[in-house]
Design a protein. Structure first.
Length: 194
């Protein structure tokens, strides 16, 4: 049922997000150059790794030693705007169409985090990861990891189409208000390292 819901919503909304995706691709190309997309291996349902696709929001700038600069130094004003509006996430709709992700579920985090989870926290992988989720509407990046994981597991235990619809509408409200985008003083989310 959830998969059917995802497909219906994504395909029905194609006239809205399709043109926006093309406009954003053009803007990313002009502002940041190639490549347009940031691709990264992320764990999905049951920890199976897939390739997450987002619009690129950072440069590839390196320091004198040849190593990438910090996220804060590589994140451009345009990239900050992309993230603040969550428009960098639009290409993840392709992940939803492919079945790697759902519209709603725990966010797919880094593969490196898999061995760091407690058995309870690892339960977040019992469902497909989502573009948005319960922990996103409860605090996004401004929330402590342990609290995020509690909300993720709560979602796993209580998920329903009605809950997904509610989360989607609250997400639109939160994105419009730009709430919880950054962890205090961080360009991106803090690393999970218990």
């Amino acid at each position: 049922m959830k998969r059917v819901f995802d497909l219906i919503v994504v395909l029905a909304a194609l006239p809205l997000w399709g043109p926006l995706l093309l406009i954003m691709a053009l803007l990313v190309r002009v502002k940041l150059g190639a490549p347009l997309f940031f691709r990264q291996a992320r764990p999905g349902r049951d920890g199976v790794v897939f390739e997450l696709i987002k619009f690129r929001s950072m440069t590839d700038a390196c320091g004198p030693d040849g190593r990438l600069l910090s996220d804060a130094e590589r994140l451009t004003a345009f990239g900050r705007a992309l993230r603040a509006t969550s428009l960098d996430e639009l290409p993840e709709l392709w992940n939803v169409l492919r079945g790697d992700m759902s519209l709603v579920g725990p966010r797919p985090l880094l593969v490196a985090y898999l061995p760091r989870y407690s058995p309870e926290q690892a339960r977040r992988h019992e469902v497909r990861p989502g573009i948005t989720g319960l922990s996103q509407i409860k605090g996004r990046n401004a929330m402590a990891w342990e609290e995020k994981f509690r909300w993720d597991v709560y979602y796993v235990d209580n998920r329903s189409v009605l809950m997904d619809i509610k989360i989607l509408f609250i997400t639109i409200w939160k994105v419009a208000r730009r709430e919880g985008i950054q962890a205090g003083g961080e360009a991106t989310a803090r690393e999970f390292n218990p």
